[in-house]
Design a protein around this ligand. Structure first.
Ligand code: SF4
Length: 109
């Protein structure tokens, strides 16, 4: 079984059930991805990006992009929003800068 860490391909895939705290993980498609020498999945034709959301004032918004709340992160967030004018700042909280689509009106959980 491949290894999974917080920042590898499977942890961002909707087919993966990844629970870092419990160190449990599985792939609904039985891990079709190609692995590197350390047994991490580095590419996969069945990769499906997980839709991540951020709860803000009781509504869930899709996260278009996320950056660290640092000077470098702010510059990256501004560059992202300039390059993607359909997005805007949703929240800055707990060291995170959260960007969402302007058209996203949020959904009730
Ligand atoms: S489908 Fe591929 S990327 Fe997704 S969890 Fe399975 S092996 Fe990982």
């Amino acid at each position: 079984m491949p290894s999974i860490s917080d920042d590898d391909l499977c942890s961002d895939c909707a087919h993966c059930t990844y629970v870092p705290e419990a160190e449990r993980h599985a792939c609904a498609n039985d891990f079709p991805g190609a692995t590197d020498d350390d047994d991490y999945v580095i590419s996969c034709v069945e990769f499906m990006p997980r839709v991540r959301t951020y709860r803000h004032y009781g509504l869930d918004y899709g996260i278009a992009a996320e950056f660290k709340d640092t000077d470098e992160g702010k510059a990256q967030a501004n560059a992202f929003m300039e390059a993607n004018p359909h997005t805007g700042l949703l929240a800055v909280e707990s060291g995170r800068i959260i960007i969402a689509a302007l058209a996203d009106r949020g959904t009730k959980p």
